[in-house]
Design a protein around this ligand. Sequence first.
Ligand SMILES: CC(C)(COP(=O)(O)OP(=O)(O)OC[C@H]1O[C@@H](n2cnc3c(N)ncnc32)[C@H](O)[C@@H]1OP(=O)(O)O)[C@@H](O)C(=O)NCCC(=O)NCCS
Length: 155
Amino acid sequence: MKRKLTIRKATLEDGRGIHALISKYAKRGLMLPRSLNNIYENIRDYFVYTNRKGKVVACAALHVVWEDLAEVKALAVEKDYQKRGLGSGMVLACLREAKKMAVPRVFVLTYAPSFFKSQGFEVTDKAELPQKIWGECIHCPLFPDCNETALVYEF
Ligand SMILES: CC(C)(COP(=O)(O)OP(=O)(O)OC[C@H]1O[C@@H](n2cnc3c(N)ncnc32)[C@H](O)[C@@H]1OP(=O)(O)O)[C@@H](O)C(=O)NCCC(=O)NCCS
């Protein structure tokens, strides 16, 4: 890709693009679905990358959950834009923000554990994560038989 990867914080204008991208993968069971309402409520968590036409083709969110813990959520890269460093760029943007906020641990619940391992995350037991994180899981259709893997990045 010749164009520089300018990953930036999302604005309200990106909300519907983020929703469309996540929904595409959620329909295929690769990600949890997220409502527009949930995306707007958490818009300050999101990073995006838009193509020349202004379409959101990659997104991710860093959500603080506790005094020493944050979560990487909603990572998605449009099929035609994969394998160009956008996924790792998104994770890096989240980790940089976590570092800036002095959050020592960042976790992810994912169906793509090998990707996150390649980004420096290590598999952990879900039971190691505070119960507070399961607030969202209760609303998931797969709860309690979730087959996502938990991984943690420690600074
Ligand atoms: C997983 C995903 C975000 C990766 O995005 P991407 O832009 O292709 O990632 P990158 O180009 O930054 O790849 C970085 C490295 O990870 C590897 N990688 C990419 N996807 C991978 C996967 N699913 N499993 C294992 N490794 C993967 C790449 O080969 C690359 O390795 P390299 O640096 O040795 O070449 C993308 O495939 C995606 O959006 N998938 C659908 C949604 C999803 O599964 N989200 C995961 C969070 S729930």
